[in-house]
Structure formats: structure tokens, C-alpha cells
Design a protein around this ligand. Structure first.
Ligand code: ADP
Ligand code: MG
Length: 241
């Protein structure tokens, strides 16, 4: 159970001359809930995008579920990584049910019937059983993001990555999405969550990672990070949020 599912060793990511990641070391264990915090531009999205190969790192190593990713390898292991974005990116011309079932059909080779069964179960789990036949535009932002979570789960990923999943939502919808994520965290799934929701980080994280300037500056259990932060940049960040 303590096997790392994600291992980043000295990971560097440059955009031209600009270094967005300056040699990041991060291990995430199976079943662990890691919350990444830090100011805008500190490299949080870049970190997540390198794990998921939406960006290719220039240096160091990223190992996901025992297989190295990047450097031209389009590893099959990436189907083991689920991603929930700030913008939900649902297909507008497909029902909610189809949106959730599509990945398992395309990537896992399930029949539509089997995939839709799975999708119905997952929609029930995120509280949307009665919305399955609607189109995304008929749902609220919070509901669409819950569909986004069901869609990621439908692939039965080994790790779920979230990049500011509530930042695009109206304030009254943030809670329903965080509640679904909190329930999910109890099921043993591995999660890496970039968020500005410090309440969520306190309550749900096993470990909080603070990034600044493309580096992990401090990390630890939430009570340590929030109650006894040692780095000055972390302290001023926490005062500002
Ligand atoms: P965060 O998610 O913490 O706000 P990002 O990872 O998005 O930060 O960005 C880190 C830094 O890298 C920022 O300075 C940003 O401008 C830069 N950056 C991110 N993506 C690109 C890109 N595709 N091209 C150039 N610079 C980028
Ligand atoms: Mg970001």
C-alpha cells in the first residue's frame, strides 16, 4: 500500500528560456490525497500537466505506476491517470450519459451497454442519476463538474489529478463539487488536487504541498502546514488567501 504511484525526480520544465519547474521531487503513494497550493504562476498546473503528459518535461524523471513517461514515450500508463480540469470540457452534442460512457468505449473497449451501465452507477455516485439524459448546457456549472468527475472515474484510473476544479464555478456551487471530492477521497483512490480551497486542503489532504517559483518550498500534513508553517513565503501566502 505504500508503493509510490507517482515519482517525480528532479523534474525540470522550461518554456523557452523560462523555467516553470526547477527540479521538482515529489512522490505520491497509493491511496494518498495530496493537495497542491501556491500563488498564481508558481507551476502547479505545469506540475500536473507534466504528470499527465499534456506537457513534456525537459529534465529529470517522471514514473507513473512503475513506468517512465515523457521524452517521446506516449506511455499506455497514461490511461491510468484521470484528469479533472477547471473547464469541464464536456461534449455539448452528447448526453451526460454518453459523455461519461465514451472513454470506456473508446479506450477500454467496453460495449456501449456496459459503459452506460458503469456511467449510470457513477452518475448516481455524484448525485446526478436523474440528469443522465440531459445535455451539458442544461446543467449548472457544479453539475457539469460533477459529470467531469464521473467521466474521469469511468476510466477506473489509478490516480486522479484535479487542476482547480472549482475555480470556474459560481460560489454557491463550489461546495457540492468539494463534497463529491471529499466522498471520493474516502474510497481509497489516489488524488492530486490543485486548489485554492484551503478548507478542503485542511479537511481532506493527507499531505499539503506548497509551491512557489517553480519549486516545492514546503510540504507536510495539513495541521503542520496551516498551523506551523516555517517558510516565510508560505506564511505570507496563507495570510493572503
Ligand atoms: P499555476 O498553475 O501555479 O498558476 P502554471 O503552471 O500555469 O502556474 O505556470 C507557471 C509559469 O509557467 C507561469 O509563469 C506561466 O506563465 C508559465 N507558463 C505556463 N505554461 C506556459 C506556456 N505554455 N508557455 C509559456 N509559459 C508558460
Ligand atoms: Mg494553474
Amino acid at each position: 500500500m505504500t508503493r509510490p504511484i507517482i515519482e517525480m525526480k528532479n523534474v525540470v520544465k522550461s518554456f523557452g528560456l523560462f523555467k516553470a519547474l526547477h527540479g521538482v521531487d515529489l512522490q505520491v503513494k497509493e491511496g494518498e490525497i495530496v493537495v497542491v497550493i501556491g500563488p498564481s504562476g508558481s507551476g502547479k498546473s505545469t506540475l500536473i500537466r507534466c504528470i499527465n503528459q499534456l506537457e513534456e518535461h525537459n529534465g529529470g524523471e517522471i514514473i507513473v505506476d512503475g513506468a517512465e513517461v515523457g521524452h517521446g514515450r506516449k506511455s499506455t500508463v497514461l490511461t491510468e491517470v484521470g484528469m479533472v480540469f477547471q473547464s469541464f470540457n464536456l461534449f455539448p452534442h452528447m448526453t451526460v450519459l454518453r459523455n461519461v460512457a465514451l472513454g470506456p468505449v473508446r479506450v477500454r473497449g467496453l460495449s456501449w451497454a456496459a459503459a452506460e451501465d458503469r456511467a449510470k452507477r457513477l452518475l448516481a455516485r455524484v448525485g446526478l442519476a436523474d440528469q443522465a439524459m440531459k445535455y451539458p448546457a442544461q446543467l449548472s456549472g457544479g453539475q457539469q463538474q460533477r459529470v467531469g468527475i464521473a467521466r474521469a472515474l469511468a476510466m477506473e484510473p489509478k490516480v486522479l489529478l484535479f487542476d482547480e476544479p472549482t475555480s470556474a464555478l459560481d460560489p454557491e456551487m463550489v461546495g457540492e463539487v468539494l463534497d463529491v471530492m471529499q466522498q471520493l477521497a474516502k474510497t481509497g483512490v489516489t488524488m492530486v488536487v490543485v486548489t485554492h480551497e484551503m478548507g478542503f486542503a485542511r479537511k481532506v489532504a493527507d499531505r499539503v504541498v506548497f509551491m512557489d517559483g517553480g519549486r516545492i518550498v514546503e510540504q507536510g500534513p495539513p495541521d503542520e502546514i496551516f498551523n506551523a508553517p516555517s517558510d516565510l513565503r508560505l506564511r505570507s501566502f496563507l495570510q493572503a488567501v
